[in-house]
Design a protein around this ligand. Sequence first.
Ligand SMILES: Cc1cc2nc3c(=O)[nH]c(=O)nc-3n(C[C@H](O)[C@H](O)[C@H](O)COP(=O)(O)O)c2cc1C
Length: 327
Amino acid sequence: MLRIESAPLEGISTWLFRKTHQQMFGGVNRYFTPFFSPTPERKLTTKELRDLSPENNVGVPVVPQIMAKRPEDFLWAAEEARELGFDEVNLNLGCPSGTVTAKGKGAGFLLRPEELDAFFEEVFKSVCLPVSVKTRIGYHDPAEFGRLLEIFNRYPIQELIIHPRLRGQFYRGEVHLDAFADALAASRLPVTYNGDLVTQEDVAAFSRRFSSVDTVMIGRGMIADPALPRKLRGGPPANREEIRTYVGTLYEGYRTAYGYPGFAAQRMKELWFYLINLFEDGDKYAKKLRRVGNAAEYEHLETGIFRDLELLTQPRKPLDGTGQGKE
Ligand SMILES: Cc1cc2nc3c(=O)[nH]c(=O)nc-3n(C[C@H](O)[C@H](O)[C@H](O)COP(=O)(O)O)c2cc1C
């Protein structure tokens, strides 16, 4: 049976999303948190603590993701994760954002293979938890991946999650499946595939081509269709009432947790950027959703969507870009 992991999505795959998704739809083996970045102050922010606190993660299999380039920062963050009760941590080597890569972190770390090697050398001397890695196939060119894989292969990385795009592609354009095939052949580590799996047919086609891969990570596809993992297990598609309850639970949950309706509306806007594709003629509302500025506007649109639009059994494709105004 294929293992399914829920991808880290900053602003979307929060503690509330993970908990609600697991309770209502299930089908996911593990949920990855959006990254958190250790700082020299050695203190988790309120936002990070909320996302990682044991009470907000009860009963949900969660892997915290860490963004760091200094081994001491990563080791500190892993220790924090262990104290909070987690049993694995993940390193982010994929974030394409300019502010991150300029610091040599995320996908920026891929440009410095020697430094990366030294980082792993230090980390694996003393890290207190198993470490998985989520990476792109390179910064400028897929040819970079051979050298990177040589490094990864030398360390006891628990799982190598590969999103076969280059940094400059952000989350758009072709996924380099040939580069993924090469990486799979050359990897001595367990490899997980991530990228553009949106429908059951996408997953089936992937599994036909890559039958040895037993784990896939899904991000936008399961935001656009929260029932995708369940359907992949032979379960039914989402029905209207379920989606309504799901959306209502998230909105109410954010309102209660943050006490600021505008914030809750912002979180929901980012979710709807993908979820609107599960509605026929969703385009009509997609533009309006992007312009939502406050909670009242959001609530008005949410009511309109459920009043006016038919639910589809799978999302319209492609699911391009992000809903955060970034590329
Ligand atoms: C809005 C948004 C936020 C993301 N945040 C993170 C993150 O915090 N950490 C990470 O490793 N990847 C992050 N990603 C990348 C996703 O985890 C995933 O690799 C990417 O969306 C491709 O997979 P998908 O096509 O299944 O969505 C983000 C992607 C999007 C669109």
